[in-house]
Design a protein around this ligand. Structure first.
Ligand code: ZN
Length: 422
């Protein structure tokens, strides 16, 4: 029988992480770059990021783990198993933050991993496969683009050279900043087998809180399509031009904007449609707008669904162009495929939540995470916990200690199921 799939023994079933210890570590890490409003500003590859990395790797070393850094500065903190020829069961996230970030985004996923190891140490429990905790470089993408840089290089979504060459607004490069803080490791990114990957994260949305549910069993990540839409009509004086003789770009644009939102409503429950940016030309009170440029953001749980939404909006745009005598151009800006997490990891999370007695529901992630890239390489899954009012990327981001504890307990049990215990 495959030991990795054996049911957990009674002793293991009773195992729980130390919630207050995890909370204290979160609060201590949040001191590095703490903002007056209670958030954290710890941008990637700054002196503060180095301090955060140093603290986390010190905690890992104190927990008996070995630390490996790769060439893009990703950190892998390893607790050996009984059979070290097996690929490690990995968890992780990121410790960089947004400029006005919170204490939990990313940090929770890394420190939950360390708490899992501390708990195994407390109880003298060996796993069959090794356990690893990763922190990925520059997940946030606020100082350097692209986002999810470390995990993206690791998964070969783009090259190390491409990532190294990225510069911030002051012209400083990723390579230079990695060297400056001493986090260019020896290992080739990706040269590191993984048996399975779990990531624990605050939901960053309102669904769990709204449903009063403790654990979100994440099924996947929404596919995303971004477009720029330009509607061109004819500028004319707002007074002398009768309604029937106008080519009002704004009026035409609003019909398309409405349909971006309507397309999401036509494809529930995971359809999302957003127009977040609008430019009106010439943007003058008494001129009929001649040109309107706006963004379109469409998302859904499968690529087929999101592509269907795109087709519907494009078809409507053709009709609008005809009816209003305007020209409509819709150009793709970027596209991210939907990710379905792997059944064996999703099921492990669901089983753990159920056996621990936590309320749980299937959810999807509307935001990108390092787990998206890991899902290209290995069986992957995510665990969500509620955050206050669904708010993240904000200094007021908050989560309840009991939810922090619950998510980490689910991580512990899901990882043990995959790693195998004796
Ligand atoms: Zn995050």
């Amino acid at each position: 029988m495959d030991s990795a799939l054996a049911p957990l023994s009674e002793k293991i079933q009773a195992l729980r992480i130390n919630g207050p210890r995890l909370w204290d570590s979160l609060m201590e890490l949040a001191q590095i770059g703490a903002t007056p409003k209670g958030g954290v500003c710890r941008l990637t590859l700054t002196d503060l990021d180095k301090q955060g990395r140093d603290l986390v790797t010190r905690w890992a070393t104190e927990a008996g783990m070995t630390v490996t850094i790769d060439k893009i500065g990703n950190g892998f903190m390893r607790r050996p198993g009984r059979n070290n020829s097996l690929p490690p069961i990995m968890t992780g996230s990121h410790i960089d933050t947004q400029p006005t970030g919170g204490k939990f985004d990313g940090n929770y996923g890394v420190l939950a991993g360390i708490e899992v190891v501390r708990t195994l140490n407390d109880h003298g429990i060996e796993t069959e496969a090794p356990i690893e905790v990763a922190f990925w470089t520059n997940e946030e993408g606020s100082r350097f683009v692209p986002v999810m840089m470390g995990s993206g290089v690791f998964a070969k979504a783009f090259t190390l050279e491409h990532a190294y060459a990225a510069t911030d607004t002051e012209g400083k490069s990723v390579k230079g900043e990695l060297e400056r803080i001493g986090y260019v490791g020896e290992q080739e990114p990706g040269d590191h087998p993984i048996g399975a990957y779990f990531e624990t994260h605050i939901e960053q949305g309102p669904v769990l809180e709204d449903n009063d549910i403790t654990i979100g069993v994440v099924q996947g990540v929404l596919g995303i399509r971004w477009f720029d839409c330009t509607v061109t009509g004819m500028e004319a004086h707002a007074g002398p031009t009768p309604m029937a003789l106008r080519k009002d770009a704004m009026l035409a644009a609003t019909h398309i904007m409405q349909d971006v939102v309507a397309a999401a409503h036509r494809h529930p429950p995971h359809g999302r449609g957003t127009v977040g940016m609008v430019q009106v030309f010439p943007n003058s009170r008494n001129v009929i707008p001649g040109r309107v440029k706006f963004s379109i953001d469409l998302r859904n749980s499968t690529d087929a669904l999101v592509d269907q939404m795109v087709e519907e909006v494009k078809a409507l745009a053709v009709t609008v162009a005809k009816e209003h005598g305007v020209d409509v151009k819709i150009e793709m800006v970027s596209s991210y495929n939907a990710i379905a997490f792997h059944d064996n990891c999703v099921d492990a999370v669901a089983r753990a939540a159920k056996s621990l007695g936590y309320s749980n529901m299937p959810v999807v992630s509307g935001a990108g995470h390092d787990a998206v890239y890991m899902a290209k390489l290995t069986s992957s899954g995510m665990i969500f916990i509620p955050c206050k009012d669904g708010i993240s990327h904000n200094e007021i981001e908050d989560a309840k200690p009991e939810h922090i504890t619950a998510g980490c307990n689910v991580l512990l049990h899901a990882m043990l199921e995959r790693a195998g215990v004796v």
